[in-house]
Design a protein around this ligand. Structure first.
Ligand code: NAP
Ligand code: ZN
Length: 349
């Protein structure tokens, strides 16, 4: 299927217009015309080769909102004209224990396959949402409730579910003290969710300029992580901390803030290993954990929760001619708090 979008030809090349072929739709597929796509820091990590598993040319983008243009004969939940959304994965085996338990992202038979920068079981390459169309099996397509802000919903497909899932898993809620590290695309949604779930939320940031925003977004307290005295005030007091930072940072400083049996969960994926002093987790029998996006059922639950509770991302709508500039700004920590590409600016040259 003919498609047009923006691709990186190598890890040092800027993103540029590119015409390419997608796999042909089959009876299980939904075809979307894309309206909006968020810019996730994972897009930048992969385009720049931070994780060392990149396939070029790469069309990034896994926070996708669009309209259905065609459905295969086996598709039951969508018809042409419907709004629909696609997130970070587009394939898993669907029969292993984890898939059957709605945890497709942890598929144990061949693994989940990413929306872009991946190869499917049939050998075809995946290309993401910085493009005009996408073909996706119905199982990996989500419904959207009417009346929502579509552009500001796009980031929920990755940043939203990646923070919603661990906050639910570790029981963020009333009478729990929850920390969020990093007020970026993921972090600001983690803050909104933890607040909506009724937890006492402490936002950690390195950016003084974000303190007022953090309070407006629902933080009960904001801590400048560069201030050791401010950090020390929270020693051994947290039930749960979610680490949303995209770059290497001092883990021991945050682990010291967990109380007995509490967990720090990493969702950020820096390009370099993080170091941990074993004493930091031996003390207080602490746990260090990780979490990857979330399953399809939970992603739908999160989207419905957001529609019902009026939760969307804080976005800066941008255009394809400013895509490379947007990447530079994310790397400079200069976005409040998620760029979303407006596909009306995607014009075939
Ligand atoms: P982002 O918007 O760039 O936010 C990252 C935040 O981390 C920044 O806003 C900043 O917050 C903080 N930060 C940046 N550089 C830092 C440094 N050198 N030291 C300390 N703090 C720093 O990125 P994002 O899109 O939210 O993604 C965050 C990470 O999650 C990325 O690594 C991404 O690949 C990963 N991710 C993982 C999953 C998953 O399934 N686990 C899914 C999506 C994304 P402050 O200014 O507040 O300090
Ligand atoms: Zn992402």
């Amino acid at each position: 299927m003919k498609s047009f979008g923006y691709a990186a030809a190598s890890k040092s090349a800027p993103l540029a217009p590119w015409s390419f072929d997608r796999r042909e739709p089959n009876p299980d597929d939904v075809v979307l015309s894309i309206d909006y796509c968020g810019i996730c820091h994972s897009d930048i990590h992969q385009v720049r080769g931070d994780w060392g598993r990149e396939l070029f040319p790469m069309v990034p983008g896994h926070e996708i909102i669009g309209r259905v243009t065609a459905v295969g004969s086996n598709v039951t939940r969508f018809k042409p004209g419907d709004l629909a959304a696609v997130g970070v994965i587009v394939e898993s085996c669907l029969h292993c224990t984890n898939c059957r338990n709605n945890l497709e992202v942890y598929c144990s038979d061949g693994g989940a396959r990413d929306t872009y920068n991946a190869t499917l079981r049939d050998g075809s390459r995946t290309y993401g949402g910085y493009s005009d169309t996408i073909v996706t099996p119905e199982h990996f397509v989500h419904t959207l409730k009417p009346g929502i802000d579509l552009a500001a919903t796009a980031p929920l497909l990755c940043a939203g579910i990646t923070t919603y899932s661990p906050l639910r898993h570790w029981g963020a809620g009333p009478n729990k003290k929850v920390g969020v590290i990093g007020l970026g695309g993921l972090g600001h949604l983690a803050l909104k969710f933890a607040h909506a779930f009724g937890a006492h939320v402490v936002q950690f940031t390195t950016s003084e300029s974000k303190i007022d925003d953090a309070k407006k977004l629902g933080a009960d307290e904001v801590v400048l992580s560069k201030d050791p005295a401010a950090m020390q005030k929270h020693a051994a007091s947290f039930d749960f901390i979610l680490d949303c930072v995209s770059a290497p940072h001092d883990m021991d400083a945050y682990l010291a803030l967990l109380k007995l049996d509490a967990t720090l969960c990493i969702v950020g994926l820096p390009d370099k290993p993080l170091s941990v002093q074993p004493f930091s987790i031996v003390a207080n029998r602490r746990s260090l954990a990780g979490s990857a996006i979330g399953g399809m059922k939970e992603t739908q639950e999160m989207l419905d929760f957001c529609a019902d509770n009026n939760i969307t991302a804080e976005i800066e709508l941008t255009t394809y001619d400013k895509l490379n500039e947007a990447y530079d700004r994310v790397l400079k920590n200069d976005v409040k708090y998620r760029f979303v590409l407006d596909n009306r600016s995607l014009k075939q040259s």
